[in-house]
Design a protein around this ligand. Structure first.
Ligand SMILES: Nc1ncnc2c1ncn2[C@@H]1O[C@H](COP(=O)(O)OP(=O)(O)OP(=O)(O)O)[C@@H](O)[C@H]1O
Ligand SMILES: [Mg+2]
Length: 464
């Protein structure tokens, strides 16, 4: 949100709950704090004393805390308002104004006040339908360092080219969930309904269909069909007649361990029908899947001119310095080295930045003196489920690759990995789909390696 949006959003919230607008000085304080100004600076531009600003600010934070039902302070203002903005649900009827699950107008004594439009919908175009959102299952949104090009690619595929199925793929911690939350914020107004569900507990297809239909149809009085095919055709009919955005997070949990990437767990095999129908038939909606690996429909159907797209997320590169600044790390001349070693994975970098802060009081140079890369329990715990779920073939191959400090060619791997060419190709392809091998072209030859973090993990926790 820019400062104008913040002021409008906060004013909407306060007005909906109290029937009063923010005062000018309250707005100046809110805008100033949002932009990182000190009270003394705000006092100067507002032509009043710093003490007065402090008094008004203290009342403002109390007022916002009451309205939002949680403590709001200058330091958590940004995260709290951005998270709340995502939870706004505004209905088509214009009679309801929701914050989270609470209809603040129905709940409050001020329900007779005229309705204001949600800040997430344009205020000038009254003909544009408002968006119904269900993000109750989504985590809090946090700040995002440079994903501009990924956001632009996704927006182009989904909004302009109207693709039906988009997969955001990548290793744990690379930022799939964070990216899709920011994407929703950007494109939600292009849809009538937006729903987010995590598949973290591997729900059976019928349960997922029920959850989606209950929200989308929005008719509690209607009894849903019991059979999967009937639920599926009801969903497809809805997706044809309406423009909806569905986000399914943690999709890897319905995929199998111990097999090559992209195969389903036996009890979740029928999700393939859902993904195929959404990817192959004509409708007006889009399904986004976040996953460590692509389900096989994505691999089979994706393409630049196809309604199915896949984006394999890479690290955030130099933008990660923002994480180090927030963690007050020292020796900025060494930050590039750290980013490259941890491949710009924001979760890995946050974990390692904490370690450097706790053990070396922020001195990156001291941390990097040691030859052996430090992973620590927390980072190893994020890798364990990803390595543990590999097929035997992939475990063998990743162990072989991890023994090498440098990249190796297919010829070298065939010479001593005890694998036939077809086993080797299948294994490399599958590890690539899981973002666990890196490929580089050198003198007309493709070389393969694993990144230093994964290598260190595999060397310390032998698997094959
Ligand atoms: N671009 C970014 N800039 C800064 N922090 C980020 C960025 N992307 C993600 N993060 C942070 O990194 C952590 C991991 O991100 P996220 O949960 O989105 O990863 P993920 O790919 O969804 O992981 P998983 O597969 O385990 O669900 C979070 O703390 C998130 O806030
Ligand atoms: Mg995630």
């Amino acid at each position: 949100m820019d400062v104008k949006e913040v002021l409008r959003f906060a004013d909407d919230l306060v007005f909906a709950k109290t029937g009063e607008h923010l005062e000018d000085l309250q707005e100046a304080i809110l805008g100033g704090v949002w932009e990182g100004q000190k009270y003394s600076q705000i006092a100067e531009v507002s032509h009043c004393s710093e003490g007065h600003v402090r008094n008004v600010a203290s009342k403002l934070w109390k007022r916002l805390s009451n309205v939002l039902g949680e403590e709001v302070t200058p330091s958590n203002l940004r995260s709290t308002l951005e998270r709340r903005q995502l939870f706004i649900i505004s209905s088509n009827s214009g009679n309801d104004f929701f914050i989270g699950n609470v209809n603040v107008c129905k709940d409050s004594q001020f329900s007779e006040y005229p309705q204001k439009r949600s800040p997430s919908t344009p205020t000038s175009d009254t003909s544009q339908p408002q968006t119904r959102l269900d993000l109750a299952d989504a985590p809090h949104i946090s700040s995002l360092s440079d994903r501009t090009s990924e956001l632009a690619t996704l927006e182009k595929s989904i909004v302009q080219e109207k693709c039906n199925l988009a997969a955001i793929l990548g290793i744990s911690g690379i930022g799939k969930t964070a990216l899709s939350l920011h994407l929703i914020q950007k494109i939600q107004h292009k849809f009538e309904c937006v729903i987010w569900r995590s598949l973290r507990h591997s729900p059976p297809l019928e349960t997922t269909l029920k959850t989606l239909l209950e929200f989308l149809l929005n008719k509690p009085e209607i009894e849903l069909p019991t059979s999967i095919p009937d639920r599926l055709s009801l969903l497809m009919e809805y997706l044809r007649k309406n423009r909806c955005l569905i986000i399914l997070d943690d999709v890897q949990t319905i995929l199998s361990s111990g097999q090559l990437a992209g195969n389903y767990r036996p009890e979740c095999e029928n999700y393939s029908i859902l993904f195929r129908q959404i990817g192959e038939t004509t409708h007006n909606s889009c399904l986004i899947l976040n996953s460590w690996e692509p389900p096989r429909e994505i691999t089979a159907l994706k393409g630049e001119n196809s309604p199915v797209r896949a984006l394999q997320l890479k690290g955030i590169g130099a933008a990660a310095v923002e994480i180090f600044r927030q963690k007050s790390l020292l020796n900025p001349e060494k930050w590039d080295n750290l980013i490259n070693t941890y491949r710009g994975n924001p979760l890995w970098l946050k974990i390692v930045a904490n370690t450097i802060q706790e053990i070396f009081r922020g001195r990156v140079a001291d941390f990097l003196k040691y030859d052996r890369l430090f992973l620590g329990e927390e980072l190893a715990a994020t890798l364990y489920p990803q390595i543990n779920r590999l097929s035997e073939l992939e475990k063998k191959l990743i162990s072989r690759l991890s023994r090498e400090a440098n990249s190796v060619s297919i010829e070298e791997l065939l010479q001593d990995a005890d694998l036939s060419p077809s086993e080797l190709f299948n294994g490399l392809q599958s590890l690539g789909r899981r973002s666990l091998v890196e490929r580089e072209e050198q003198e007309n030859e493709t070389l393969f390696s694993v990144c230093p973090v994964v290598r260190q993990y595999v060397l310390s926790n032998p698997v094959g």
